[in-house]
Design a protein around this ligand. Structure first.
Ligand SMILES: Nc1ncnc2c1ncn2[C@@H]1O[C@H](COP(=O)(O)OP(=O)(O)O)[C@@H](O)[C@H]1O
Ligand SMILES: [Mg+2]
Length: 210
């Protein structure tokens, strides 16, 4: 089972992914966590290039994200899924579609197509969307208000609207949670949804097949 976490910066993805990983491990499941970008050694180099590499044109940026994802899927995600592990990913293909597709000049379908080619079509079984309005993010960040200004509250809302659109289009894959709730409440909601998905697949602790 492949589960991804999506949402804007500061929405609680890393927090919830770690809480879910701990819970699943506590129940005896084999769990692998990864991040996108930067889940492999190559990915960490790509991540540095993306964050600090100076000017990156939109198509070059899309290709770098797709390259990172291709390598992460080939060397980390697929091998783990093949041995029966549950893989949790902090961002995946929908981040590219939401950020580069909605926020920039490239089309969502183009960006998605690129990543799907790179990953040989691997899509998540379940995507948890942490939905946080820009004003809630601003108050969460408290003192460091410039972080949201740098990213831009408008941009945050554009990205959020793209995610909401994706979730509405594929309701069976997307699970939207109100990210303004306390973290333990959100974790409980996510656990209940994941338990349901595991049940549906007949999965038992130990990472094996039914
Ligand atoms: N439900 C929550 N309520 C309030 N603060 C939260 C909640 N979840 C996470 N945080 C805090 O918000 C910040 C961003 O959380 P994080 O999990 O790093 O988000 P992301 O990975 O989406 O950027 C952290 O300081 C974290 O402790
Ligand atoms: Mg994070």
């Amino acid at each position: 089972m492949f589960i991804t976490f999506e949402g804007g910066d500061g929405s609680g993805k890393t927090t919830q992914m770690q809480l879910l990983a701990e819970w699943l491990r506590g129940r005896g499941f084999d769990v692998v966590t990864t991040r996108d970008p930067g889940g492999t050694e190559l990915g960490r180099h790509i991540r540095k290039l993306l964050l600090h590499g100076g000017d990156v044109s939109p198509r070059a940026e899309a290709l770098l994200y797709a390259a990172d994802r291709a390598h992460n899927v080939a060397t980390v995600v697929r091998p783990a899924l093949d041995r029966g592990a549950i893989v949790l990913a902090d961002r995946y293909i929908d981040s590219s579609a939401a950020y580069q597709g909605a926020g920039r000049t490239l089309g969502e379908d183009e960006v998605r197509g690129l990543s799907l080619w790179g990953t040989e079509g691997l899509m998540p079984d379940l995507t948890v969307f942490l939905d946080l309005p820009a004003e809630a993010l601003a108050s969460r960040l408290g003192g460091s208000f410039d972080r949201i200004e740098a990213a831009g509250a408008r941009f945050h809302e554009d990205v959020r609207r793209a995610y909401l659109r994706f979730a509405a289009a594929e309701p069976e894959r997307w699970f939207t949670v109100d990210a303004t709730e306390p973290r333990e409440r959100i974790a409980e909601t996510v656990r209940a949804r994941v338990a349901e998905a595991l049940e549906a697949e007949g999965r038992r602790p130990g990472g094996g097949e039914p």
